[in-house]
Design a protein. Sequence first.
Length: 340
Amino acid sequence: MTDRVAKTTSFLTRAGWDTATRESLAGDASNRRYERLRHADGRQAVLMDAPSERGEDVRPFARISRYLRALGLSAPDILAEDDENGLLLLEDLGDALFVRVVARNPALERPLYEAATDLLADLHRADPPENLEVYDPMLMSRMAALAWRWYRRAAGLVFEDQAQAFEAAFYPLLDQHAGQADVLIQRDYHAENLIWLPDRSGVARVGLLDFQDAMIGHRAYDLVSLLQDARRDVPRETEAEMTDRYISRCGVDRDAFLAAYHVLGAQRNLRILGVFARLSLQSGKPHYVNLIPRVWNLLERDLAHPALHPIAETVRRELPAPTDSILTSLKNQCATIPTP
């Protein structure tokens, strides 16, 4: 028995779940592992295994989960926890991911996205937790430059000087249009991280899964994450309707909010280009390359907004479009490039 297995077994024994059957669940891009536990009496729970020696920490997840639940939102209840060994036993919210529900019943797409949009409007009325890191323009510009440090680099182009120059050019746009940081942002708020819970009421019908990297940021950020989804095509009319819905519910200035929305969309999509290239090149996960064309198309839409005019031409000139040859090259280089 390995040390990790022994720690997990001891944790489950203390929690009264040592006799439960265990089934592996699909993971994510992190080093966390998940298992579904089934008790003989019919109860179910989810085990999060997040070893600290692999850079994981369960405390942020537990903290944000309790914050969200105190607001009446459907984050998983923490049934048992072992912070030192990186183990959590969580309420099982089920498998009805938005992406699966909509695939089975497309007529539900609008009500699901309405509920997810309304949740953000409600969440953004609450004071955010204290002592969270701020996703400020400096950090956002650095994260956007991952597109140069990984995606451009993987295409065989020089990257560091151009990355630094882009950071300097993008920072003032972020500061001007998206510098306000006054709400909690979950940062991965999209259809593969949201669970449909139709037996609950109002915004509690939206189950929340991935928020351990939450920060304080601009209120448009999670709406961009939801509506400019790197993993599925959200209809343009849905994006427009839900943006209007949020603006109406929150009473924000329309022009200023849309400028922030598209500047943050460009920031997020540039960051994702870099992250997806890195996951392929450094972590041996080439399937993320297949998502790059959608992200590129979303980026092009954002760059068309007037607020992005000062950097749009630079982005188009310095980042190559994801042609078949570039995507093939990215896959062929899988797990071959060291960290810059």
